[in-house]
Design a protein around this ligand. Structure first.
Ligand code: T5A
Length: 206
């Protein structure tokens, strides 16, 4: 049982799977019902974390190593946890977040080979132990996701299809290990079908 009044809902998945689309749709749905909802994204959500995001996604930063990358994602997270996530959850907000710690496990862990145990222990430090109440994993074929994303790509999106496949398999593994928290959505279906499934799951926890 969470010590917070609010609910923390995260959206996860590989590139172009529809997280932004569905987190925005869910925000509109909740606000329409008069509920206190907010949406943030990771990396980002506050000024310092948005500045770190620019460094992380800048495709000219080709020399960035995986340790630096992992720590920067965690640094951005630590700031948004303190400035937004904890206060909003204390206030009773339904806080939607486009990506959270599972992204680092999937991308830097399964994708780049950083030790998952190390990520989890730095993650505990950065998040102060905050865990999502529910996580939607939008599972989509990697190449279809990259196609949906289009030709403008950032530093991470430019990585090989093999890299993005490892990320997807990573998510599938993480979701299998925590069936109580994860809801796996088959993101190959039309947007409205996916959203209807998400809406039904949300209604159960409101
Ligand atoms: N990252 C992030 C890490 O490596 N480690 C970390 O710890 C964290 C937090 C963030 C990058 O950083 C990496 C992951 C990312 O590479 P970002 O720009 O925020 O960068 O990238 P993404 O979160 O991947 O956002 P994307 O925009 O690429 O993907 P989304 O949000 O999943 O996709 P969305 O909703 O924008 O949809 C893409 C397109 O597909 C269409 C949409 O209309 C849109 O055009 N679409 C569909 N089309 C057909 N059928 C459907 N069901 C559709 N759903 C959406």
């Amino acid at each position: 049982m969470s010590k917070y009044k609010g609910k923390f809902i995260t959206f996860e998945g590989s590139e172009g799977c529809g997280k932004s689309t569905h987190s925005k749709k869910l925000l509109a749905y909740l606000l329409d019902k008069g509920l206190p909802a907010k949406l943030i994204r990771e990396p980002g959500g506050v000024v310092i974390s948005e500045k770190i995001r620019e460094i992380l996604l800048d495709k000219t930063n080709i020399a960035m190593n995986k340790e630096c990358e992992t720590l920067l994602y965690m640094a951005a997270r630590a700031q948004v946890v303190e400035e937004v996530i904890i206060p909003e959850l204390e206030r009773g907000t339904i806080l939607l977040c486009d990506r959270f710690l599972d992204s680092t496990v999937a991308y830097q862990g399964y994708g780049s080979g950083v030790s998952v145990d190390t990520i989890k222990s730095i993650g505990l430090f950065a998040t102060k132990g905050i865990k999502p109440s529910m996580t939607f994993f939008l599972d989509l074929d990697t190449e279809e996701g990259l196609r949906r994303r289009g030709s403008v790509r950032d530093r991470i999106e430019l990585r090989s299809v093999e890299y993005h496949n490892r990320v997807r398999l990573g998510y599938q593994d993480i979701a299998r290990k925590e069936p109580g928290r994860f809801v796996v959505i088959d993101a190959s279906r039309p947007i409205e079908d996916n959203f209807e499934e998400i809406r039904k799951h949300i209604e159960k926890i409101l």
